[in-house]
Write a new protein. Structure first.
Length: 269
């Protein structure tokens, strides 16, 4: 099938659905202009001092580094989360995604820890940060920008041990209630690698438990699909931002937007 054909198939499935489950990972972060797990020119230019002094090449490596002084962790963390959250406006790709999801009730599952979904307008109660957020303390209270210097260790952040928390179990119950209420949901998979240990098993479980559900996969490269569910999966590979923009043009022709990168944003979820 051509790229336009698979986008039309994904659009039709979304139109026919009664709910949307967004499953997003590092590929979506990269579409927003930064990479958490991989070396990148973005990181090298903004953290050249840490690259030269400590040999740190990725944000994740920096967050896991044992610095000689707590103040160094604080300096690294404060700059990182300011760059990717507090000082970063809502991106065109998140605007477009928000508009697509305005079609149906939506629940978000993400392993991205930079807390971009609520910032983009998705309701807090409908977003499940599977590995916690860098914008919250270990007690799950939100951090204000002026408080970032107080964080001197990764153990002080929600990302430390979040899957073992009561809050994680409550979010899991919220997810199960959503799925039961919207059994004809479409999973909108965004930038999830085959090796993602959180999202890939969840996606398989959801497809198995709900036979009327479908999967629209938007990744740089397609992931392997079991033969028995191949008819319930459409794979759109290539540039994530361009493909989401193309999907929005099919789904929301009445909305403002164009092929020059102007984003879509209609309604609220």
């Amino acid at each position: 099938m051509t790229q336009h054909t698979v986008l039309e198939q994904a659009a039709q499935w979304l139109k026919d659905a009664d709910g949307i489950v967004v499953c997003a990972a590092n590929g979506l972060s990269m579409a927003e202009g930064f990479a958490i797990l991989r070396p990148s020119p973005w990181f090298d230019s903004r953290f050249s001092d840490f690259v030269q002094k400590y040999g740190i090449r990725t944000p994740l490596q920096g967050l896991q580094t044992s610095f000689p002084r707590p103040e160094e962790f604080s300096r690294f963390y404060s700059r990182l989360i300011s760059e990717i959250h507090y000082d970063k406006p809502v991106s065109p790709v998140m605007d477009t995604l928000h508009s697509i999801c305005s079609l149906h009730p939506t629940f978000v599952l993400t392993t991205n820890v930079e807390d971009r979904f609520v910032q983009a307008g998705f309701p807090e109660q409908s977003v499940f940060y599977l590995e916690g957020r860098l914008t919250h303390r270990a007690d799950h209270t939100p951090l204000q920008k002026q408080d970032l210097a107080e964080i001197t260790s990764g153990d002080q952040l929600e990302t430390a041990g979040y899957p073992d928390s009561r809050q994680f179990q409550e979010k899991l119950r919220d997810l199960n209630r959503f799925l039961a209420a919207h059994p004809r949901f479409v999973i909108l998979e965004l930038g999830v690698s085959a090796g993602n240990g959180f999202l890939r098993p969840l996606i398989s479980q959801m497809l198995q438990a709900f036979p009327a559900s479908r999967l629209a996969e938007f990744n740089l490269q397609p992931n392997p699909v079991p033969v028995q569910i191949r008819h319930r999966v459409v794979q759109v590979d290539g540039d994530l931002e361009q493909n989401l923009d193309g999907l929005a043009r099919i789904l929301l022709p009445e909305a403002s937007g164009s092929q020059d990168g102007t984003s879509y944003r209609v309604g609220v979820i």
